[in-house]
Design a protein around this ligand. Structure first.
Ligand code: 9MR
Length: 332
């Protein structure tokens, strides 16, 4: 195992290779060495760092950054403004009624100022706004949007830039391989650019599955965002072994060889594609580290055994790992 080439070395001339985890757990050390960038999976979200007005908890993120720096690894900030994992108080007054636009924007500014300036350029880039577009391509009807309209997005990018001028600023969303949703996200980026507001990159979340989306749709997404002149990042990559419509728990006892090979084949196709676009793709980040801790074991079916990543529950490399290590040479 020790003489295995490392993913970060294999892709050194292409893009950064990342993973998501809140802590560098010692039992994963032999896997962590494959990566040169880490994203805190949950620890930097509003509900964790800023659970109550004026109360900030930075210990977990502080430790992760310190551990990353020791390893020469970069860190991505995830995420400043999102509709999920944001406490209800952010949007409410003491009586529990929705706050007005100015109050909400002031709270957002205070949050962004505090979090972004704490870490400055120790963070390579922030997912400034996360998942603001709905699946039909319209703006998501979140409290952010309902209270401020599009303005929260403009101000979030501006205030993040002010808090640290040399941190990169990203928009991050899922489902961008779908043309309808993608159109909404492309509009969002253009709208910021038209107003002269800096946005450095777009994170195309890779919550894919064994069948969808097509490689052609992923390619189109990469092309469309690259055409706007922003960096493209493949973020949150995992490949569920279940097609979206499948809700049974089929592989609790282990992953059958044919499914495992099919998954590996798809990983190989994706990485061949990513490599083709190495001039525009800056980073590819897996969402998790082994199948054991993946969020997919609880989504879309709570408690279902999924196998979306490169290492199995024991931390052993799967065919998917070998496929990513050598996508050209991978033969199922
Ligand atoms: O992986 C995260 C999981 O542990 C959390 O329970 C979940 C809560 O919403 O968030 C997961 O990460 C999400 C990410 O922050 C944004 N894009 C979707 C990811 C999967 O839900």
């Amino acid at each position: 195992m020790d003489d295995v080439r490392l993913l970060k070395d294999v892709y050194a001339n292409d893009f950064l290779i990342g993973f998501a985890q809140d802590r560098m757990l010692p039992q994963y050390e032999h896997l962590i060495r494959h990566f040169n960038v880490v994203t805190p999976e949950n620890a930097a979200k509003w509900e964790r760092v800023h659970p109550q007005p004026g109360v900030y908890h930075f210990a977990v993120v502080d430790q992760l950054i310190e551990d990353a720096e020791k390893r020469g690894m970069k860190v991505i900030g995830h995420t400043l403004v999102w509709h999920n994992q944001t406490p209800a108080w952010v949007f409410q007054d003491e009586g529990g009624n929705p706050v007005d636009r100015d109050t909400l924007l002031a709270r957002m500014k205070e949050h962004i100022d505090t979090v972004v300036s704490r870490y400055g350029s120790r963070i390579k880039g922030w997912d400034v706004v996360n998942e603001a577009v709905a699946d039909d391509g319209q703006m998501r009807q979140s409290p952010w949007f309902q209270i401020t309209g599009f303005e929260f997005i403009e101000r979030a990018f501006e205030w993040a830039a002010q808090a640290c001028p040399d941190v990169e600023l990203y928009y991050n969303d899922y489902g961008l391989a779908d043309p309808k949703k993608r159109r909404g996200a492309l509009d969002l980026v253009r709208r910021l650019q038209d107003k002269g507001i800096r946005i450095d990159g777009v994170g195309i979340q890779g919550h894919f599955d064994i069948e969808n989306p097509s490689i052609a749709d992923v390619r189109q997404a990469i092309e469309d965002f690259a055409a706007l002149g922003v960096k493209v990042m493949i973020t949150e990559l995992d490949l569920s072994v279940y097609p979206w419509s499948e809700r049974r728990n089929l592989y609790a006892g282990g992953l059958p060889e044919d499914v495992s090979r099919k998954q590996a084949q798809r990983y190989a196709e994706l990485f061949r594609l990513f490599r083709e676009y190495n001039q525009v793709i800056d980073r590819v980040t897996f969402w998790g580290i082994t199948d054991f801790t993946s969020w997919k074991n609880n989504f879309p079916v709570v408690g279902r055994t999924d196998h979306p990543l490169l290492w199995d529950r024991e931390g052993q490399p799967k065919p998917a790992f070998w496929a990513v290590l050598d996508p050209d040479g991978y033969a199922p």
